[in-house]
Design a protein around this ligand. Structure first.
Ligand SMILES: NC(=O)c1ccc[n+]([C@@H]2O[C@H](COP(=O)([O-])OP(=O)(O)OC[C@H]3O[C@@H](n4cnc5c(N)ncnc54)[C@H](OP(=O)(O)O)[C@@H]3O)[C@@H](O)[C@H]2O)c1
Length: 300
């Protein structure tokens, strides 16, 4: 029998940073027909969570308050909605919530069945909770530029910016499952970490070479998985192959303007904004890679 009240962390409006997060007691949510109620074992926060709290995505993504932050959890199913087919009480799972609802920083949370995946015993709750948003984003970014993760396909030169971050560190590992040469950027303290993930060459973004994004071995990039912020198109452009594409995971107004201009001028080099559309099969795929030891989560 589940207690009716749970502890959670909430904020009550935009802004305020960590000081605005309050420990509260609230009612345990009821799962709808297509949802499972989870006892949360671990939750992870992503860069987008602080952007939401700051109100950066407004008015496209506005929040109802109070709001329990976090979209990524590992937990145990305590109750399955009436239409749920894949899960029952006692199952260990990982789940991704919508940013509209949040809910991860709580003792209990509800997850849609289609964004919930079984967590095998080989994956700890902590590793599992780190996966959903970051690994799925890395996966969709790489597959959007036709990197075949089974190693088939022609060889491609890839640049991954912010390779030491949540998305970037999964992107390096996934890219290396494909037939790729990976150049990666990160801060000084993480150069060895990123090499250890499999990157072929690593640039410290604080050096002039790193800021220019030039491949030390002179390669032109067929694709860039851009996870950092604030790098202008003019910096990418000279480093791209003739049909090179930059997948911009942190798009701002200038990205959309460049994208539109390039469409109108039939530019072969392209800057493409990308947002995650999560799919169950991709979620299962990254969880399975983790189970097989092919994708690891680095927690420092
Ligand atoms: N489009 C989507 O659907 C989607 C989905 C998920 C995330 N995102 C966005 O993708 C971005 C990355 O997310 P994340 O979760 O990986 O963030 P994160 O874990 O906070 O990582 C940020 C990383 O950025 C690195 N960094 C900062 N400035 C840099 C620069 N100029 N060049 C290279 N690296 C730099 C830092 O490296 P060091 O610590 O080594 O200095 C840090 O590791 C965020 O802006 C997030 O909102 C978008």
């Amino acid at each position: 029998m589940v207690a009716k009240v749970m502890k959670a962390v909430q904020y009550f409006g935009y802004g305020g940073g960590a000081a605005a997060l309050k420990h509260v007691k609230v009612a345990i949510p009821d799962p709808k027909a297509d949802e499972v109620l989870l006892k949360v074992e671990a939750a992870s926060l992503n860069a987008f969570d602080w952007k939401i709290q700051k109100g950066i995505p407004r008015p496209l993504l506005s929040r109802k308050f109070p709001y329990i932050p976090g979209t990524d959890v590992a937990g145990e199913v305590v109750q399955a909605g009436s239409a749920v087919k894949k899960f029952k009480a006692g199952d260990k799972v990982v789940a991704l919530f919508s940013h509209a609802t949040g809910g991860a920083l709580a003792e209990y949370a509800v997850a849609k069945e289609n964004l919930t995946v079984a967590r095998p015993p080989e994956i700890s709750a902590t590793e599992g909770a780190a996966l959903p948003l970051a690994a799925l984003t890395a996966h969709i970014a790489l597959t959007s530029v036709n990197i075949k993760l089974d190693g088939s396909g022609e060889r491609k030169n890839i640049l991954i910016t912010a390779a030491s971050g949540g998305v970037g560190h999964y992107a390096v590992q996934l890219a290396k499952l494909g037939n790729t040469h990976v150049t990666a950027t990160c801060g000084t303290r993480n150069v060895d970490l990123v090499k250890g993930l499999g990157a072929d060459e690593v640039l410290d973004y604080k050096t002039p070479e790193g800021a220019s994004l030039k491949s030390p071995s002179g390669k032109k990039y067929d694709s860039v998985i851009h996870c950092a912020m604030g790098i202008p198109w003019a910096t990418f452009e000279p480093n791209l192959s003739a049909t090179g594409k930059v997948i911009d995971l942190t798009p701002g107004l200038s990205t959309f303007m460049t994208f539109a201009r390039q469409k109108l001028t039939f530019s072969k080099k392209q800057l493409v904004p990308l947002f995650l559309t999560p799919k169950t099969e991709n979620f299962e795929y990254v969880v399975n890679l983790t189970k097989e030891g092919k994708l690891r989560t680095v927690i420092v």
